[in-house]
Design a protein around this ligand. Sequence first.
Ligand code: G3P
Ligand code: CA
Length: 307
Amino acid sequence: AATAWNTLTGEQPIVIAHRGASGLYPEHTIMAYKTAIEQGADFIEPDLVMTSDGVLIARHDLYLSATTDIADHPEFADRKVKRQTPLGEHEDWWADDFTFAEIQTLKARQQFDGRPMQYNDTLDIVTFDEIMDLVLAEAEKGNIVGLHVEAKWPSHYTSIGKGLADPILDAMKAKGLKEAGIPVYIQCFEPPFLAEIAEKSDLPLIQNMVGAPYAAMMGLSYDLETMPTDGVGADVSYVLDEDGQPTDFVDRAHKAGLLVHVYTVRDDRPDAPFTDSHAELKALFDAGVDGIWADFPATAVEVRGQV
Ligand code: G3P
Ligand code: CA
């Protein structure tokens, strides 16, 4: 491996297991997280939402149809509700309408790339507490694995008189993550949430940025020079152009003192123009990124070892 990296700190970039080893096993399950740890991921990534009784659980979406077997539970058949979302109206079962006891009766089930995943319908929905217990147990064994925690749509919880910032911070404090030396990043797409965390903690913060084409469509722009966070979570399209060549994004971010974590690299569907994730990962490491979210962390660790 290279002795010098083009990262902000000069340190080796981190591999973040995106929702666990989510290319292999249903996302946000203990099996997906444990596999990521075995494969050498530096961080595992829980996306967090909250139940009606205030339990933080790891789910990518506020609704439950896409990643659980809830459609097969007749007792919940009349609990589907239409909601307005930033992406339009959507009818579904929403995690914050269900108690944790109810959610515990569900199993993880999803499609990956159009196919049902192995171990569907056998794995439980995982709490943030259980994920923290996993990295704490790992630390006891001498293996430090960090948490790259994403708060999902925190403005929704604020709009119903709740919030995500205090529950997340309180939960981490109660578990003693800091005392155990567990590295933590807090990431979010919504700036006000990160501002609240900044007021209430000294945790490093990552401002997630929607992909360049979507940002243009939604009229969003991000000013790296005035970004108040420690880094950005950037879609690959910011860092590599259509020909797979590096843009000036990493340089500009580093000049502004920002870390660049990039999402998401997948083995089975690398971003065009790449047909092989090894080449995509190498291009990103060469561009000087500070971290990569990977669905297949083993591949990212392997390529990092060859750079
Ligand atoms: O958190 C950044 C990365 O995970 C991309 O977002 O949650 O939609 O997969 P997500
Ligand atoms: Ca995420």
